[in-house]
Design a protein around this ligand. Structure first.
Ligand SMILES: Nc1ncnc2c1ncn2[C@@H]1O[C@H](COP(=O)(O)OP(=O)(O)OP(=O)(O)O)[C@@H](O)[C@H]1O
Ligand SMILES: [Mg+2]
Length: 206
């Protein structure tokens, strides 16, 4: 199946969580919109960390800004019809840009892309102070659009109280926790075990 990895913010660990999912499930990886390239290319980091097969971005944009602004700077307008799912026999991990309400154009956001690709959503979130609010707001936005939520992957120093609060107030499962890894390597990510349910969901063929 396919899974759309979004986040509570930019820089929360979506790429690392995506690589971790690919590594443990054999999924391919696709980042439909990459901004800040060069030097930023999340697909390269996922390839390094997981060896996953990479599907090329639909948009590789130079400015490290929202997709709407980065596209406009190149006289482009991103439209939902520009995107079609890569063909693969394997599961597919799709990484969003930023969080759920990041604009793609003047009236559509990442939420519209998730709906268009009809992929169940995993939310990458920080473990520390502020995460309960950010994660629950993100979940509320996803549910307001009736997008299916598989669960949350927590990234950072373990914080059991926050994990429990997210499960309780967000009415959601925490599917995994990726601690800070030094060095951040494929071997280190292999040692972070996912809960069985996560693997089954990602590997599941409808
Ligand atoms: N578990 C971890 N251990 C060590 N470093 C990490 C870990 N998770 C994330 N990082 C580092 O934190 C930074 C942000 O993580 P990441 O790139 O995964 O975030 P992101 O949500 O994908 O950001 P973007 O919105 O730019 O796509 C990166 O430099 C990454 O290497
Ligand atoms: Mg990323």
């Amino acid at each position: 199946m396919r899974v759309f990895v979004t986040g509570t913010d930019t820089g929360v660990g979506k790429t690392v969580a995506s690589a971790w999912l690919c590594l443990h499930t054999g999924a391919d990886y696709w980042k439909p919109v990459q901004s800040g390239y060069p030097p930023d290319r999340d697909a390269d980091e996922v390839a390094r960390l997981s060896g996953a097969r990479i599907h090329p971005e639909r948009y590789l944009l130079r400015l490290a800004r929202s997709p709407q602004e980065a596209a406009a700077a190149e006289d482009l307008r991103i439209g939902l019809d520009d995107f079609s799912l890569p063909q693969t026999e394997r599961p597919l991990v799709i990484e969003g840009a930023g969080g759920v309400l990041v604009p793609l154009n003047e009236d559509e956001t990442m939420l519209d892309l998730m709906a268009r690709l009809s992929a169940p959503v995993v939310v990458a979130a920080r473990t520390g102070l502020g995460t309960i609010n950010h994660t629950c707001l993100t979940l509320a936005a996803l549910r307001a659009r009736a997008l299916p939520v598989l669960g949350v992957i927590l990234c950072g120093e373990a914080n059991q109280a926050n994990a429990e609060a997210i499960e309780h107030f967000g009415n959601v499962r925490v599917l995994g926790h990726i601690p800070p890894l030094t060095p951040l390597s494929r071997e280190a990510l292999l040692r972070v075990s996912p809960v069985r349910e996560t693997l089954e969901w990602v590997r599941w063929k409808p």
